[in-house]
Write a protein that binds this ligand. Sequence first.
Ligand SMILES: NC(=O)c1ccc[n+]([C@@H]2O[C@H](COP(=O)([O-])OP(=O)(O)OC[C@H]3O[C@@H](n4cnc5c(N)ncnc54)[C@H](O)[C@@H]3O)[C@@H](O)[C@H]2O)c1
Length: 341
Amino acid sequence: MAAAPTFYVVSGSTVRDVVGKNPDQIFNAVETAYRLHAAGKSINPDSYFLRYPEQPRNRIIALPAHLGGSIQKSGIKWISSFPENTAANLARASAVQILNDPTTGYPLACIEASLISATRTAASAALAAEHLSPGPRTASLCVIGTGVIARTTVEWLKARDWQFSQINLYDASAAEAERFGKWLHERYGAPAHVRHSMEEAVAGSSLIIFATTALEPYLADEMLLGRLSPTVLHLSLRDILPNVILASQNIVDDVEHCLKARTSVHLAEIETGNRNFISGTLVDAMEKRFALDFNRPRIFSPFGLGVLDLAVASFVLEAAIASKAAIAVPDFFSNSTRWQD
Ligand SMILES: NC(=O)c1ccc[n+]([C@@H]2O[C@H](COP(=O)([O-])OP(=O)(O)OC[C@H]3O[C@@H](n4cnc5c(N)ncnc54)[C@H](O)[C@@H]3O)[C@@H](O)[C@H]2O)c1
């Protein structure tokens, strides 16, 4: 008779510990998830958005997913975004990840997932930076929107041995940019320049991270990016106007997913009526299925696939169980036996 599984809870501090001790395995989990997804060994339905008509900036998103291959897990991430939290020094995003056994369907664990989400976003951005940039891992870095996602992305770039000749920061809140600059200095001894405008920060940069909470695109000047043909990690998805998208080479994580929800690439599709401006996915670029154009900006727009959270969470759960840091909840499924003989 099949027994119900032990249900585990994994805290944020355990997630942080596992991620910190296993960066290579986490990076590999993200790459594996992308490759399994590209090979059709995944199910990644559309994300589902809970929105509040009275508070349009707030939302909670459900990301269900399944991964086959070496992962064999199903699950769902349930992630809130409340940008005004930051005024009280509370993170914008909070989340849980449920993992399920795809054989019985039983939930296996509830894992704190804001760090999993930031980790998979940042690791996938670092993976993109490696594959979409012209040379070795050196750049003049620009960060627009200096919050949690930008900080985690810089951590992953540094963990992947990137060296920065210069770092320019811009945030709509100068205090946020100043705090980010202080963190960079304390953590890496890296001097950073806080700029007074997005234009000033972007100029002269060869690797640009957009991680703002902008709802509507604002970057309209094609020449601003065009001059240096940078690699652009457009993580916040809604900063760049369609004319700039159309003047650039565009790489996404998944075409169907990314051309939705009024992302910049979705707006470009609405404007042109076609998707010809998308060169392909990151895995297509990694597999050299199209040629990278180093004479134009290369913009990576990752919609953020639930399969990435699943792969990272699956690794974290196994490591947390192995180190006895996962908290077992005995008898969670106390009513699972259909008939008591
Ligand atoms: N693509 C993905 O897979 C993925 C995954 C996670 C988060 N995200 C996105 O990343 C973004 C950043 O998330 P976070 O957790 O770092 O948020 P955060 O609130 O910690 O930081 C966002 C920062 O952007 C600044 N900002 C807002 N609008 C700006 C503008 N127009 N110009 C300059 N700065 C601006 C804010 O002042 C804030 O400091 C969000 O939009 C989030 O949805 C994307």
